[in-house]
Design a protein around this ligand. Structure first.
Ligand SMILES: [Zn+2]
Length: 313
C-alpha cells in the first residue's frame, strides 16, 4: 500500500512539473515545499524547500494542488507505517507476557503503543486539514497564505486532540483494545478480558458518569469479521489498514461491488475506515486466525464447563 501511495504521489508531482503553471515558475519556486516538520521523515521530500507557497495567492493551481495532494498522501503513508509498527508492538508484548507474566516490559510497550496512537491521530488531523483546504481550493475559493492557514488549523486541531484525557484517546481505540485483550489472553485462559476502562483510570477531564460511554467489549471485538461482525473464518487482512475480514465475506463484497474485478479496489467496509481494499493485496492472516480459533475454543470450553456445572447441581 505504501508503495502504491508513493507511486500516486510521484505521478501527481510529475503532473505538477509538466503543467504550464509549474514550467512558468522559476526553478526555486517549483522545488520548494511548505515547512511541515513531518516531511523530514521521508528523504524524498527534501527536494522541496520552504517558501514556495508563502505570500502567493493561489487559486486552484495545478502545482499547489499537486503539492498538497502529495503531502496528504505522505501523511497517509506515515499512518500506514505507524499502524505496521503497532502490530509489531502488540506481537512483542504478547511474546513478553508469554515469557514472563506481568513483566513491566508489557506496560512499557503499552505506553509506547499509546504514543504511536497519538502520533497517528495527529497525522490524521493534519491529513483532514489538508483535505479540507484542497476541497475549498477545488471549489474555487481563493486562499492566500495556504501554508499559514494549514499550520494554524493543524495546530489548533492538534491541540484540541492532545487536550483529551488518556481514557478519551484510547478507550475506543482498536489497536489499544487489541493490545490489551491479546496480552490478557496469554495468561488468563478462558477468563474474559476486562473492558478497556480497567486500564484507563478516570482523570480530571473525564465525565463523572461513564454511562454514556460505550466501551469496546472484550476480545470478541478483535476476532470478528469487519463485514459481518461474526466470528472470523479464514481471516484475510487488508495490509492498508490491518482490518480483517472472513475470506468468504470479502470475496462476496468484491463480487457485489466490483464484479470481482481484481484490478479495482473497494472501500474498506469497516465503519470509519477510509482505506481502500485492493483485491490483489488481500493476504491470509494465519497467525490472526490461530489466535481467533484459540479464543473461540476457550469461550466454548467455558460454555461447556458452565453446562457441566449446571448439570452436576
Ligand atoms: Zn479498514
Amino acid at each position: 500500500m505504501a508503495r502504491a501511495v508513493n507511486a500516486e504521489a510521484s505521478s501527481s508531482r510529475q503532473a505538477a512539473r509538466e503543467s504550464p503553471e509549474a514550467e512558468g515558475g522559476s526553478d526555486d519556486v517549483r522545488r520548494t515545499k511548505p515547512a511541515l516538520g513531518e516531511m523530514e521523515v521521508d528523504d524524498e521530500w527534501n527536494e522541496w524547500t520552504v517558501k514556495t507557497y508563502k505570500s502567493q495567492a493561489l487559486k486552484r493551481d495545478v502545482a499547489s494542488d499537486g503539492v498538497l495532494t502529495r503531502i496528504a498522501d505522505g501523511l497517509r503513508a506515515m499512518e500506514t507505517s505507524i499502524t505496521d509498527s503497532m502490530s509489531k508492538v502488540i506481537d512483542t508484548a504478547v511474546a513478553v507476557e508469554g515469557n514472563n507474566p506481568d513483566d513491566e516490559m508489557a506496560e512499557e510497550l503499552a505506553k509506547s503503543l499509546c504514543r504511536s496512537i497519538e502520533v497517528k491521530a495527529v497525522l490524521e488531523v493534519k491529513y483532514q486539514v489538508i483535505k479540507d483546504i484542497l476541497r475549498r481550493m477545488r471549489a474555487g475559493e481563493e486562499i492566500e497564505e495556504i501554508v499559514a492557514l494549514y499550520e494554524k488549523e493543524a495546530a489548533d486541531k492538534t491541540e484540541e486532540y492532545m487536550k483529551k484525557t488518556p481514557r478519551q484517546k484510547f478507550v475506543k481505540d482498536d489497536q489499544y483494545s487489541q493490545f490489551r485483550s491479546e496480552v490478557w489472553n496469554v495468561n488468563h485462559g478462558s477468563e474474559a478480558c476486562p473492558p478497556m476502562s480497567h486500564w484507563l483510570d478516570k482523570t480530571d477531564g473525564d465525565a463523572s458518569d461513564s454511562d454514556d460511554e460505550v466501551e469496546v467489549g472484550p476480545t470478541m471485538q478483535n476476532f470478528k469479521c469487519a463485514i459481518t461482525h461474526s466470528a472470523i473464518v479464514d481471516a484475510m487482512v487488508n495490509p492498508a489498514c490491518k482490518h480483517h475480514y472472513s475470506k468468504i465475506n470479502i470475496y462476496q463484497l468484491f463480487e457485489q461491488q466490483d464484479g470481482r474485478n481484481k484490478k479495482a479496489a473497494i472501500k474498506c467496509p469497516s465503519v470509519g475506515c477510509g482505506q481502500k481494499v485492493q483485491f490483489n493485496a488481500l493476504q491470509p492472516d494465519k497467525q490472526f486466525q490461530q489466535r481467533a480459533d484459540q479464543y473461540f475454543r476457550k469461550q466454548q470450553e467455558t460454555a461447556d464447563q458452565d453446562v457441566e456445572d449446571f448439570e452436576e447441581d
